[in-house]
Design a binder for this molecule. Structure first.
Ligand SMILES: [Zn+2]
Length: 302
């Protein structure tokens, strides 16, 4: 057990309101250990090759009972599915916008066929990770757009929600969603404006918050996390990426060592930021965000 787990249990309720059990008359019961859902974890990433099973074990020990594993390219589809089966997780299949550069029309056809073939697989819960990246310079935006719209159409055909990559691209993503209606999903690592957030929510989407929210200077993201309707929020790590503030290495530190690896066991500590911003207990934070995740990805229920 990590010291962090003890911190969360002992210190969490003292710092934030815990209306369900603190201050009630009669015998006090220990609150149940919160059960978390990491809605975005790249467990197949090579960063986890040395110790993948231990990473999952640490996540479970920290109370992260549900993991959603999105794919980023066709070559990884089998591995992501196998990991979901091996570790009692769920998965999504799609072509990530940063992998669209090297993808071909054949990849879209493979995605279509695999979605068809896995139609009855209860662990397949979404099409993702798909979307648009307007941050990384030099990408072929027209090709990204084609793949995004084609994958929205496949999600619509399969009746699945989508997991969206949003980077400087919220309006373009929304435009696609208005053209091709899907059954909601998650805008992951959300970094748009309040108005854009409201549009996603109106289209039935949840917004993913993770390590970025733990950085004190992330004012816009923290403001959204604090003020969005509570039904709109889900938690994620995006592991091994988006290290929380306590793992983050700045540019100078990265001269000596690479950026630290994020992992799903960090989710409860990341969630403490959301609990503090909202004035929620950890238990309430876990319940709300897990219920929202099930709402966005109904396959999580099975
Ligand atoms: Zn991702």
């Amino acid at each position: 057990m990590s010291g962090r787990l003890v911190d969360a249990k002992v210190l969490g309720p003292a710092r934030v309101a815990a209306p369900g059990w603190v201050g009630m008359n009669g015998p006090r019961h220990d609150p149940p250990m919160p059960s978390w859902t990491d809605t975005h974890c790249h467990l197949d990433a090579p960063e986890f090759d040395p110790d993948r099973a231990a990473v999952v074990e640490r996540a479970r020990a920290a109370g992260v009972s549900r993991l959603v594993l999105p794919a980023v390219q066709v070559a990884d589809f089998d591995a992501v599915r196998a990991l979901a089966q091996a570790h009692d997780a769920v998965y999504a299949l799609g072509i990530h916008p940063l992998y669209v550069e090297r993808a071909t029309a054949t990849d879209l056809e493979v995605l279509r066929q695999v979605l068809q073939a896995r139609r009855d697989d209860p662990r397949l819960v979404a099409v993702g990770e798909i979307g648009l990246d307007h941050f990384v310079p030099g990408l072929d935006r027209a090709k990204q757009e084609r793949f995004y719209l084609a994958q929205l159409a496949l999600a619509q055909e399969a009746g699945l929600p989508v997991i969206l990559h949003v980077r400087r691209s919220a309006d373009a993503l929304l435009k696609g969603l208005r053209r091709i209606a899907v059954r909601g999903g998650i805008a992951h690592a959300f970094n748009g404006s309040g108005v854009q957030a409201a549009h996603f929510v109106a289209l039935g989407f949840k917004l993913g918050f993770g390590g970025a929210m733990t950085h004190e200077r992330a004012l816009q993201i923290r403001r959204l996390a604090a003020t969005l309707p509570e039904q709109a929020l889900v938690l994620e790590t995006d592991a091994p990426d988006i290290p929380p503030q306590w793992l983050y290495r700045n540019a100078a530190q990265r001269l000596d060592a690479p950026q630290a690896r994020n992992e799903p066991a960090e989710l409860p500590r990341i969630a403490e930021t959301l609990a503090t911003l909202r004035g929620w207990s950890l238990q309430h934070t876990a319940e709300i965000t897990s219920a929202n995740a099930r709402d966005a990805l109904p396959g999580l229920v099975a």
